[in-house]
Design a protein. Sequence first.
Length: 340
Amino acid sequence: MRFIDEARVYVQGGKGGDGAVAFLREKFRPFGGPAGGDGGRGGDVILEVDEGLSTLLDFKYKPRLIARDGEPGRGKQQYGHDGSDLVVRVPPGTIAFDQETGELLADLVAPKARSIVAHGGGGGHGNMHFVSPTRRTPRIATAGGRGEQRWLLLELQLVAAAGLVGLPNAGKSTLLAALTAARPKIAPYPFTTLTPNLGRVKISDEEAFTIADIPGLIEGAHEGHGLGIRFLRHLKRVRVLVYVLALDSAPAHDFEVARDEIAAFDQRMASRPALIALNKADLVEPGEAHDCAQAMRLQTGLDVFVISAEQHRGLAPLVEAVAQTLKSLHTDLGDVAARL
Ligand SMILES: Nc1nc2c(ncn2[C@@H]2O[C@H](COP(=O)(O)OP(=O)(O)OP(=O)(O)O)[C@@H](O)[C@H]2O)c(=O)[nH]1
Ligand SMILES: [Mg+2]
């Protein structure tokens, strides 16, 4: 499936039904009085989170979303039916902006969370409302209101508690595969991961957190090099960053490149809680890995873990540290699990 994390859609609430002009005509009541009912309300366009979705792909094929109009009022004081709402399913992490004004209309994370993005118009009043002592047979009714209409810009920001960041080929996807049931593509060349992957790390029956693997960063990513920083926005909601660095490369340098690119994208993101996973420990001497870890601790002040994602070595302490960090941030892991 193609990963689509941005879409433009036109939304329009239904028009309200017009009020009716009608009079009761009954055998013994020749002028039974005005009896035109009100029109029904136009339907709303509503976005609703569907946990089964992970991309905005559907909107490429369905760029116009229009709710049903309300029915006009009828005689005998009958109201028109309301137009039905149009409920549109979106993946968790969907944000909707008004394209023209930039106004944030919806930020939907929790399952089934809903937000109206285009209100339907109100129904018009029928002539039964316009009776007064001086106006016994009003021939006026009001028209239904127009539904709201606008272009939306939808943006998807994945919802993950922890994010794996680093240079291409560092082993981020291998680590995601080692920790979760996700099966991202893994290959011995850079830029294997072209779109973010998500997986759930289970800690206990009640506790789990979601982890995201995003495409590799290179120097100049914020200027559009490599795959650029487009995918960094998926880290906006991430609470803990895990820098994955290959021990057989130049980990200290790689760390700085990755961190600088993140900072160039969003300074606050770079100062978020972070851990370092020195990966591919199987490719270097244990002493070398140990020394490198010490040096990195001093250089960065962060907790550093030596792992081999491929051989599943050293993973438990890393997961424990991520979980502890999340807890210290008052992230209720049970809650995170429930929401994801
Ligand atoms: N020896 C060894 N190789 C590893 C380890 N982890 C990953 N690799 C290998 O490193 C290569 C890159 O791994 P990926 O997981 O695809 O790397 P990535 O960081 O996701 O790369 P991009 O998606 O390109 O950013 C693959 O050939 C993996 O098999 C490890 O712990 N030890
Ligand atoms: Mg990858």
